[in-house]
Design a protein around this ligand. Structure first.
Ligand code: UDP
Ligand code: MG
Length: 309
């Protein structure tokens, strides 16, 4: 007998809680055949609607349903971390409650685990149903990450993933405050099988991520898994020194040939504006990393639990 923990982060998802449960339970026969016991961990990420109440209703009917409620909204990253920490299973799977991560894939995922994989991950190969601007920037983000980060981050990778206890413990050992799970999965390594599927639209409710939130999240990803932007400052510095050197030679030579040392006021203004712009830009990048380091050294908890069932 082995135990499977299903981790489900929820934020204002009262309509989906029950729906997800019944969809997951369609695998009941499979779980029975394979001698797999399950526990379902709903992580209520500070929902303001009846999400917790819905989970409690399920808990009364079915003991295997557990609830962890946060004191406020800490974000999906924190919810996933809490789920991993509270899970007790030999296997752990993370899924969105909105059924964009189809529970019907579980038997196939398990079949790969039996072949000796440590983890079965999923990625969507299409982004249909998503605003085109969002898809465009998402693609660009993954392309950029591929270039500037040593950690493998798959394009279209979802957080839907089945893992062994060993891998879960490895992830838990990374206690950073600025979490970017897609990168953490890649960083810890292990033998991973990738399953692909077409994008599935949300069953109920609305997405919790607007464009701005996603953009900020992508910056988190970049600062968490690459220090390449810090190189920009050094690179620009060298480039501008070379440029300055060439110009000095040019001006000296011109003075020797033509006389007139005091021309070029407009070009001077342009140069000052540009170099100060570049300096601000580079200081900004430095500031980003400093801010992240500042948050890390505070060692604040990743989440705070209000209630647990
Ligand atoms: N979620 C969460 N905390 C948040 C935002 C989202 O726990 O602050 C959960 C949400 O309830 C859902 C999952 O994360 O189960 C994915 O969110 P969503 O479907 O809104 O994102 P999308 O699929 O549009 O990227
Ligand atoms: Mg979703």
């Amino acid at each position: 007998m082995s135990l499977l923990s299903v981790i489900v982060p929820c934020y204002n998802e009262e309509e989906s809680v029950e729906l997800f449960y019944s969809e997951l339970m369609k695998n009941d026969v499979f779980f029975m055949e394979k001698n797999i016991e399950i526990e379902i961990l709903y992580i209520d990420d500070g929902s303001k609607d009846g999400t917790a109440a819905e989970v409690k209703k399920l808990h009364e009917k079915d003991e295997r349903v557990r609830l962890v409620s946060f004191s406020r909204n800490f974000g999906k990253e924190s919810a996933m971390y809490a789920g991993l920490e509270k899970s007790r299973g030999d296997y752990v799977v993370m899924m969105d409650v909105d059924l964009q991560d189809p529970p019907s894939l579980l038997p196939e995922m398990f079949s790969y685990m039996e072949q000796g994989y440590d983890s079965v991950a999923t990625r969507r190969v299409s982004r249909k149903g998503e605003p085109p601007v969002r898809s465009f920037f998402a693609r660009k983000f993954y392309k950029l990450m591929k270039k500037i980060s040593k950690t493998e981050i798959m394009d279209g990778a979802r957080d839907y993933r089945l893992m062994t206890r060993q891998m879960v413990n490895a992830i838990l050992s990374m206690q950073e405050y600025n979490r970017f799970t897609k990168g953490i999965f890649g960083w810890v390594g292990f033998h991973t099988k990738w399953l692909e599927y077409e994008n599935i639209e949300r069953a109920k409710g609305e997405t919790k991520w607007n464009f701005w939130k996603l953009l900020m999240y992508s910056f988190d990803g970049i600062t968490a898994f690459s220090t390449a932007p810090l190189m920009i400052a050094s690179f620009m510095g060298v480039l501008f020194c070379i440029l300055a050197f060439v110009m000095i030679i040019f001006i000296v030579v011109r003075k020797l040939i033509f006389g007139d040392p005091v021309s070029g006021w407009p070009s001077l203004v342009c140069i000052i504006l540009m170099t100060s712009g570049v300096q601000f830009f580079c200081t900004g990048i430095l500031g980003q990393y400093l801010a992240k380091a500042y948050m890390e050294v505070k060692r604040r908890p990743i989440y705070i639990v209000k209630e647990e069932l």
